[in-house]
Design a protein around this ligand. Structure first.
Ligand SMILES: Cc1cc2nc3c(=O)[nH]c(=O)nc-3n(C[C@H](O)[C@H](O)[C@H](O)COP(=O)(O)OP(=O)(O)OC[C@H]3O[C@@H](n4cnc5c(N)ncnc54)[C@H](O)[C@@H]3O)c2cc1C
Length: 479
């Protein structure tokens, strides 16, 4: 049986990884040149505890379950998670009422160990918090991760278990026989299939329309962010939310897995023809700074190293839309995956494969005997004890040549990223954290380009930043 997953964000990647446990011909088609580059790379990176989703919503069904699945998943796929816990801050009695509502909702949603803490505990745990804070809803199961690394790890593991990843090809049409899809057409090829999973993110409604399947209309809700560089002696240890509004969870202060501080996001609705509009705006970034500074007044904006934005796939019902199409019976929609889609993704993946494909559609899938659930991350030499690093350098001198000084990434790690599929500067960046630090590639990108050129055996003028047309140099470069 041939199964095709459209879209290699965190949702499609984890569905593919789940499917790769079974004996079938599995393909993942992704329009970008790498995996995890849409909403998956531009979000708050929080593993939400699950108190925020209305009971009985599809979101609530998958959020806290997905959250708990991350512990095992991160061990099997060797990506980082940190169970930092989170606080929702309340500055007055009205906001306290909101915390109590969230606490009650969380308990209905089976979120464990929620508590409301008073000012003294809050300031003791997070000394940088605005001293006017009165209460905080503590959710110890909340955490942080690197969402793109989850997608990379899941696809690497799926491919190691026999899946095929097709990058740089946009799905543009479907061929059908007796209402069922038989072929998928991309700009470059035609692929036969028996079953399609639509995990196309913000474009999933367009893909469903192309297939003649049901869909909910999606429009982008843009969230803008600011990243602050690491600062010795300054630490925010937990995820800090303000009291939520009707529109969003508000502007947060979030520690990143790599030690920076992430501030954002805004929530601005855009029209449905702006699904590529990931620009940042002066007003948006000012709002982020104002709101974040209210929560943590000691934030130092001279340490801004990056701004970016991500697009939530918003739908009128504000909930995930997951299920098999009635009109196209071999087409499964996994769309409207707004927050907490990252958190919910492992539980959604399991549901799609076990409940929809096997139970509802009655596909008899047989488990592979030799399925290997493990994948190892690229070794970060600078994190090794000095003796082990020295030993690694003795074996491979490239493990001793630092290329990215901000995040201490060596040539050996960049070569390994290329061996694992990085073909662009961003491919290297998201696999190794090179260019992610203070200089944002100002110093190291040219060295990385030289390594890409050497390893791929191509001229530098053919190298790209990320997308098909993001050329870096226009013609042959003198070296
Ligand atoms: C601002 C913001 C903050 C968020 N914060 C959090 C958070 O803290 N915690 C949390 O749990 N969730 C959060 N989310 C939600 C989370 O980011 C998403 O739910 C998740 O990333 C969705 O993953 P996905 O795979 O469905 O979509 P995407 O990551 O968008 O992936 C879809 C993929 O499909 C591909 N594609 C689309 N059309 C085609 C086509 N025609 N052919 C081939 N490929 C195609 C795209 O290129 C893309 O790679 C946030 C989202 C945003 C935007």
């Amino acid at each position: 049986m041939k199964v095709t997953v459209i879209g290699a964000g965190v949702v499609g990647s984890l569905i593919a990884r789940e499917l790769s446990r079974y004996d079938l011909e599995l393909s993942i088609i992704e329009q970008n040149l790498d995996v995890g580059w849409a909403a998956t790379k531009a979000n708050s990176a929080i593993l939400h505890a699950g108190y925020d989703d209305p009971p009985n919503s599809v979101r609530s069904k998958f959020c806290s379950k997905g959250n708990s699945m991350y512990t095992r998943l991160s061990e099997e796929l060797d990506f980082e998670i940190k169970r930092t816990g989170s606080y929702v801050a309340a500055f007055n009695n009205e906001e306290l009422r909101t915390l109590k509502k969230l606490l009650k909702q969380g308990r209905i949603n089976n979120v464990p160990d929620l508590e409301i803490h008073e000012r003294e505990t809050l300031i003791q745990r997070e000394p940088e918090l605005n001293p006017d804070i009165q209460y905080g809803l503590w959710a110890p199961t909340a955490g942080i991760t690197e969402p793109w690394e989850v997608a990379i790890a899941a696809v690497e593991n799926a491919v190691a278990n026999g899946a095929r990843i097709i990058l740089g090809e946009k799905v543009v049409g479907f061929e059908k026989r007796r209402s069922k899809i038989t072929e998928i057409t991309t700009q470059k090829g035609v692929y036969k299939t028996d079953l399609v999973v639509n995990a196309g993110g913000i474009f999933a409604d367009d893909i469903a329309q192309l297939a003649g399947a049901e869909y909910v209309p999606l429009h982008p809700r843009r969230g803008e962010y600011i990243v602050l560089d690491r600062k010795p002696g300054f630490a925010v240890k937990t995820v800090i939310f303000p009291s939520p509004t009707a529109v969003s969870k508000g502007i947060l202060v979030v520690p990143t897995v790599n030690g920076e501080i992430l501030l954002g996001p805004t929530a601005v609705d855009l029209s449905s023809d702006m699904k590529n509009s990931t620009r940042t705006t002066k007003e948006g970034l000012n709002r982020v700074m104002r709101s974040a500074k209210f929560l943590v007044s000691s934030l130092d904006f001279s340490r801004v190293i990056k701004t970016f934005s991500g697009l939530r796939p918003e739908s009128p019902q504000k909930d995930f839309f997951i299920g098999v199409s009635k009109r196209v019976p071999n087409f499964i929609n996994v769309m409207a995956m707004r927050s907490p889609g990252l958190t919910a993704a492992p539980a959604v993946a399991e549901h799609v494969v076990e409940k929809i494909i096997q139970q509802k559609l009655k596909f008899k899938l047989s488990k592979k005997r030799d399925f290997n659930p493990k994948r190892s991350r690229i070794k970060r030499f600078a994190e090794l004890p000095p003796e082990q690093w020295r030993e690694a350098v003795r074996k491979d001198p490239a493990a001793g040549r630092l290329v990215c000084y901000c995040n201490k990434v060596t040539e050996a790690e960049i070569v390994e990223a290329i061996r694992r599929g990085a073909r662009t500067l961003d491919g290297v960046k998201f696999r190794t954290r090179a260019m992610f630090g203070r200089c944002q590639g100002g110093f190291c990108s040219i060295s990385i380009m030289k390594i890409l050129k050497r390893e791929l055996g191509i001229d530098m003028s053919r190298l790209r930043m990320k997308s098909q047309n993001s050329w870096i140099v226009s013609r042959k470069v003198r070296e």
